[in-house]
Design a protein around this ligand. Structure first.
Ligand SMILES: Nc1nc2c([nH]c(=O)n2[C@@H]2O[C@H](COP(=O)(O)OP(=O)(O)OP(=O)(O)O)[C@@H](O)[C@H]2O)c(=O)[nH]1
Ligand SMILES: [Mg+2]
Length: 139
């Protein structure tokens, strides 16, 4: 059974994802139209590189994408999702301590959104469980 699982998930892409929290809002960005799941909102982050752990990848991606330095992050949840064209494993952390002011450093749109308003935005399908858990935990 374990072999079957390993085989099925051999091509999963490991992604470090940050829920940037301040009071009752979180900072989200919009994915470029041309990329996988383009045009949808996302929690900032990106692929974990070889020889990198999730915490390091998260810090690197948030520095590159938002220009912030993570002081502290906490594991929030894991999600595996198969988009058909791509299988992803999201390693999601909450980030409530950081320096700098987040902005879209790579030209992407960014916004502070109240947690209660997240469900109004269009996110990739894998993100539904994140929003459900955030609402349950913080609202
Ligand atoms: N960053 C991020 N990726 C997500 C989320 N939800 C989700 O399904 N993904 C998927 O995770 C995958 C990797 O994320 P990414 O495109 O940000 O990776 P990256 O920054 O390293 O991009 P690059 O290496 O192409 O420059 C994408 O296929 C994306 O569709 C999310 O909330 N945030
Ligand atoms: Mg990214």
């Amino acid at each position: 059974m374990e072999n079957t699982l390993n085989k099925a998930h051999k091509h999963t892409v490991n992604v470090a994802v940050g829920i940037i929290l301040r009071d009752t809002a979180c900072f989200v960005t919009k994915r470029n139209e041309t990329v996988h799941q383009g045009g949808k909102w996302e929690f900032p982050g990106g692929k974990v590189e070889r020889d990198e752990n999730v915490t390091d990848a998260l810090a690197r991606e948030l520095r590159e994408e938002l220009g912030i330095d993570v002081i502290d992050s906490e594991p929030f949840m894991h999600i595996e999702h198969d988009y058909g064209d791509k299988h992803v494993t999201l390693h999601i952390h909450t980030v409530s301590s950081f320096t700098g002011e987040p902005r879209g450093c790579e030209g992407q749109q960014g916004a502070w959104v109240l947690l209660e308003d997240l469900q109004k935005l269009r996110f990739p399908d894998a993100n539904k469980a994140i929003i459900t858990k955030l609402e349950a935990q913080y609202l």
